[in-house]
Design a binder for this molecule. Sequence first.
Ligand SMILES: Cc1cc2nc3c(=O)[nH]c(=O)nc-3n(C[C@H](O)[C@H](O)[C@H](O)COP(=O)(O)O)c2cc1C
Length: 450
Amino acid sequence: MTDETIHFNLFTMNAVEHVTAGNWRTPGDQSHRYTELDYWQEVARLAERGGFDAVFFADVRGIYDVFGGSRDTAIEKAVQTPANDPELLVPAMASVTDHLGFAVTRSTTYVHPYQLARELSTLDHLTDGRLAFNVVTSYLESAAENLGLDERMEHDARYDRAEEFLRVCYRLWEDSWEDDAVVRDAEAGRYTDPEKVHAVDFEGDHFSVPGPHSCEPSPQRTPVLYQAGSSDRGRNFAARNAEALFVSQPTKEAVRSYVEDVRERAEERGRDGDDLAFFAGIAPVVGETEEVARAKYETYRENVDYEATLALLGGFMDLDFSELAPDQRVEHIETEAIQGAVNALTKHAPERDWTVRDVAEFCGLGSTSPVVVGSPEQVADELERWHDETGIAGFNVKEIVRPGTLRDFVDLVVPELRERGLVREEYEGETLRENMLGRRYLADDHPAKR
Ligand SMILES: Cc1cc2nc3c(=O)[nH]c(=O)nc-3n(C[C@H](O)[C@H](O)[C@H](O)COP(=O)(O)O)c2cc1C
């Protein structure tokens, strides 16, 4: 990405809490309103007022039951449970906004590509081209059991299936219906020209899909593709398929090295690496003055729930932290869950020599991303430094309190960044891809187009 402005996604979940654990207890927090349409429409309006590219919805199917070998901690402490489905919020949020995008997480492990391609085309139509698909392979064992498998598929095998899954979707979205297939000729009684609607005849190891796609081409055809894999296999998958990538690493150096590495892998696969838009996770705590921000930060820290944080991280890493003493050092492990979450601590910031207590304290507010605390100027300075030094397009804003973190950010940090010419005053395009990447359709060097 060559544009100089900073792009933002709101990083959220249709649940009480996403990547912080315990702050639903902070006075004034409205996380419990996640069941209300009004709440999400308010969030959408706020994010659009702040010039955000998109609201991003994480999603899991299953419960965090690694901690102590039980689901009780996750249920008691609202660790990504209860959680509603994100996809169904999109039309309601789109109806109160004109430009904001919506990125929904869907797992390639548990659904069928024909079905998902249809759902996402429908949403791309209803949002006038403001949809993104966060492609995940899913990491919770409990999800596998809920969705009809005896056990979770092996890490790399999940990516094999994901590759094939996307190939099916690409054929349906890009190749099945020609642009001018719909003629709507009332006199001739001809809605669509059958010559311009093609079967896809896909035969693979996992899927057999003759097609054609059931939907006429939506404004973006393929929704904007987000991905966050960070293992070796995950990076190759992202380098091949993703247009926007999430980085959740604790230091600038780790983010920069991820960005450079994935760009290089993209080039090796015949894509322009500079085209990829990277978003680093960040949890901002901002106040009118540094003192106000520090006071908020102290409150948030007090409200972090130690056990809940370890239950969340334990699910990411497939590591039962209840078996480790607080002062015990966290050793590197190879996991079947999110390898990148382990690497963030043990490989990409090993100098910190993390104990279990350090991990819980660091991750309690921002998960494996940093917390930035300060006045609007201080937070803007820090974001500008990250943006300049790492090659990212922008940030995933992680919420500590809701909707307070977003409101503070939009009311305090965005005006400061706008004064510096770093956040858009107006949206440039109509679709999400135009606003984020400056083009309406997938780039010609993307595998879906080749
Ligand atoms: C910032 C970030 C957000 C993610 N959001 C989700 C999510 O909402 N749902 C999900 O199932 N996986 C999510 N993941 C997991 C990744 O998509 C990926 O499946 C996981 O990192 C395993 O791949 P890896 O071992 O290559 O890292 C996320 C990962 C990161 C770093």
